[in-house]
Design a protein around this ligand. Structure first.
Ligand SMILES: [Zn+2]
Length: 91
């Protein structure tokens, strides 16, 4: 996705602002990265340049986890929500 689109994005769940951690970028295109909602703390990865911002019920943890693991991010496997872990605790 293009960096120029960043300001148009909000959390699809609660419409709050998103933090972005860029993992890989080429020019003005973000190839890999992860959005985190400043309010509900859900994460939305950018994989192959595509932001995965579907509602929880349309997401597949098993598809996202290998990528997030490769990025060195800890995920709460047991939780039904899509939130990152920091040092073993929910953010
Ligand atoms: Zn949110």
């Amino acid at each position: 996705m293009k960096t120029s689109l960043l300001h148009k994005l909000a959390c699809p769940f609660d419409k709050n602002d998103l933090d972005l951690k860029i993992i890989r970028q080429e020019g003005d295109t973000i190839l890999e990265g992860i959005f985190t909602c400043t309010h509900c703390k859900r994460y939305y990865p950018i994989i192959y340049g595509i932001p995965i911002m579907s509602p929880d019920e349309y997401r597949e943890k098993s598809l996202e986890h290998p990528v997030l693991h490769r990025w060195g991010l800890q995920i709460d496997n047991d939780s039904q929500t899509f939130k990152l872990l920091a040092a073993g605790q929910e953010i």
